[in-house]
Design a binder for this molecule. Structure first.
Ligand code: GUN
Length: 282
């Protein structure tokens, strides 16, 4: 069993982004990311802080817009419009989830596709579907980068994704398919979930339920990727995989924290750099 070190892979990706940023700066171009957070969800606050830190590390300009929980739809739309027009901002990220009274879909669609570094809006999702994309979805692309770094082949493998969210499950399945994996998406209505998972060469858990994946759901020698960011019964950060129960059966496994999380941020940095280059024709 080998633990996949997301921190290490992410540091290498960010170092590469920093190198390219240096080059852009010598031409007078500085990539800029705007991060918008509405309300005071503690998990979102941690994610946003980590994104800002990563921007500093790679040499981007970052702007944070922290809005109160009672912000109206129109106020948020106005902010997105302002950021769409801002020349020194290349990427716009609205941290999800938004407070319930806000229409998330409308906000995402209001972001100019060329600044949509999360790759959440319909144009970018459509491009991912046909395999002709500018921006890769951050978490799934981070997972693919880790697989590639550890020379884990995907082609012809049975890949099972648990979870069908727009942020992770659906685009994850699509990227595995692009690499010629045979992909099954499981969800809350799936029958024989345990058996399907136990047939996976590569198992990706993105359900949001702490320690959901147990040893009997894992094939001997499987690669297990844990996208979960959950809290266990003691309030301690854990993933969707019961790491201690599962680890000995796997060939590779990602820990939580230190697995997928840092890779999501590394991809965000790559996307922002790409957005900057596209917007400056370089
Ligand atoms: N909330 C959880 N993951 C993400 C992400 O990748 N991007 C944004 N904007 N919000 C999130």
């Amino acid at each position: 069993m080998q633990i996949i070190d997301g921190k290490k892979v992410s540091a290498e990706v960010k170092a590469q982004v920093a190198k390219e940023t240096e080059l852009l700066k010598s031409k007078g171009i500085v990539p800029g990311l705007a991060v918008v957070i509405v309300g005071d969800d503690p998990a979102s606050r941690v994610y946003v802080n980590n994104k800002k830190k990563a921007c500093e590390l790679v040499g981007f300009k970052s702007e944070e817009y922290a809005l109160p929980a009672q912000t109206t739809q129109q106020e948020l739309l106005d902010l997105v419009e302002t950021l769409n027009d801002k020349k020194d901002i290349n990427g716009i990220l609205v941290q999800l989830p938004l407070p319930e009274h806000l229409d998330e879909k409308q906000i995402i669609e209001a972001i100019n596709s060329i600044k949509d570094v999360d790759a959440f809006n319909a144009v970018n999702v459509g491009k991912i579907m046909i395999g002709d994309y500018d921006f890769l979805p951050c978490t799934p692309a981070g997972v693919m980068e880790m697989l590639s770094y550890y020379n884990i082949p995907v082609s012809g493998k049975n890949c099972v994704v648990i979870g069908r969210s727009n942020i992770v499950g659906k685009p994850m399945a699509m990227l595995l398919l692009h690499q010629n994996g045979t992909v099954t998406i499981c969800h809350s209505k799936t029958r024989n979930l345990n058996e399907i998972c136990a047939g996976a060469d590569i198992l990706v858990a993105a359900v949001g339920i702490p320690k959901f994946v147990k040893a009997d759901m894992v094939k001997e020698g499987a690669v297990v990727i844990d996208v979960g960011m959950d809290r266990d019964e003691n309030g301690k950060l854990c993933g969707d995989v019961d790491f201690d129960d599962v680890k000995e059966k796997t060939s590779y496994i990602t820990p939580v924290p230190g697995g997928v999380g840092p890779m999501t941020i590394a991809t965000l940095m790559k996307n922002t750099l790409k957005a900057c280059k596209l917007q400056n024709n370089c």
